[in-house]
Ligand binder design. Structure first.
Ligand code: NAG
Ligand code: NAG
Ligand code: NAG
Length: 328
């Protein structure tokens, strides 16, 4: 109890030191994101974390202004969370990608395809940006996103695939990290329902007698050059280290190489439109809604394994199909 009182006192003091502008921005932040803190201690704690993140962004943006980094930081929906909380709530530890059930890159028949810039959004083959809410289920959203584009290329028609189906059935309802290859294997064997037929997570696997999307095989890549080749055949899932994304507002991420990967996202394009920060950069689709980042997307400099993008955890589904009347 005593420790608790001292802690509360400490928080109250640090809250008192926070300037008026930060407090006003915090109030604006709470309104914008529909958050309420009835308990004064929780309010003070969140305000103090918000102030620290605000300072982190200001310091970061000094480097952005003088060209030391390629992306801007600022207030995001994650600004009232510590780095550790952000990591715990929105990402998940993703162990090394298991390639046992995938086609090795060298055997991939599309590998002789042309290289170069591409943007699958411009061809109408990327579905709307989704929001995984407060759940470390990035792996299921990355899997449905790559399957959606794969089905679009194979059939000429776009569908929304249910990430909740994968969460319930491949991930046993857990909101935590799972290897995307488990989800890919699940879609290969069982298919994935459309979002309209499986609109919510139910905590346990529900079987529906409705259409399902399937993939035939998964090709694995292990470098940014292989990623470029795979990208010519569809949207490509990648594992990254999400730290720079907490306060990301826009621009080209030039963060150094990372080794502990904790987030799964989808590369939908390679472009030279990189604000002069790099020759080429990847256009990446996230699953944190359209109000985050560049309308739900972010860009990452190519060629420096920034955020760990490249050396491992690159996956492309191929041979996708729709089964409209499942034989159950
Ligand atoms: C850019 O700004 C940062 C932060 O103020 C500073 O640490 C760094 O030395 C500056 N770099 C250059 C090249 O001016
Ligand atoms: C996918 O869902 C979004 C809503 O999240 C909707 O706006 C869009 O039209 C849907 N797309 C398809 C192809 O059903
Ligand atoms: C499915 O995969 C098998 C083996 O990998 C391949 O022989 C076959 O052509 C593929 N079918 C489609 C439709 O991609």
């Amino acid at each position: 109890m005593r420790a608790c009182l001292i802690l509360l006192f400490g928080i109250a003091v640090s809250a008192a030191l926070i300037d008026q502008q930060t407090k006003e921005e915090f109030e604006l932040f709470l309104r914008k994101h529909g958050k309420h803190h009835n308990h004064p201690a929780e309010y003070a704690k969140r305000l103090s974390i918000f102030a620290k993140n605000r300072l982190r962004s200001v310091e970061h943006n000094l480097k952005y202004a003088n060209g030391t980094v390629g992306w801007a930081a600022g207030i995001t929906r994650f600004s009232d969370l510590t780095r550790e909380e952000f990591k715990m709530l929105y990402t998940g530890s993703l162990p090394n990608f298991d390639s046992a059930h995938s086609t090795p890159f060298d055997e991939f028949h599309g590998k002789s395809a042309k290289r170069g810039t591409v943007d699958w959004r411009a061809r109408g083959l990327v579905s709307t940006v989704k929001d995984q809410e407060q759940c470390g289920s990035c792996w299921s959203f990355a899997t449905t996103a790559v399957v959606e584009t794969c089905v679009g290329i194979s059939t000429g028609q776009m569908y929304n695939a249910s990430a909740y189906n994968l969460q319930d059935c491949a991930g046993h309802g857990w909101c935590q990290g799972l290897k995307p290859d488990v989800a890919l294997k699940y879609v290969q064997k069982n298919g994935v329902f459309l979002t309209e037929d499986y609109p919510f997570a139910q905590g346990s696997c529900q079987v529906k007698h409705t259409a399902r999307l399937f993939l035939n095989s998964t090709v694995k890549g292990s470098s940014e050059d292989e990623l470029e080749t795979l990208l010519q055949s569809g949207a490509v899932g990648v594992l990254i280290q999400a730290d720079p994304l907490q306060l990301y507002r826009g621009g080209v991420i030039t963060a150094p190489i990372a080794y502990s990967l904790d987030h799964a996202v989808v590369v939908v394009g390679l472009t030279t439109n990189c604000d002069g920060k790099s020759d080429q950069c990847w256009i990446v689709k996230n699953s944190w809604g359209t109000r985050w980042g560049e309308r739900g997307y972010f860009r990452v400099a190519r060629g420096i394994a920034s955020m760990g993008l490249g050396p491992q955890g690159i996956f492309l589904p191929t041979g996708c199909s729709v089964q409209k009347t499942p034989s159950l």
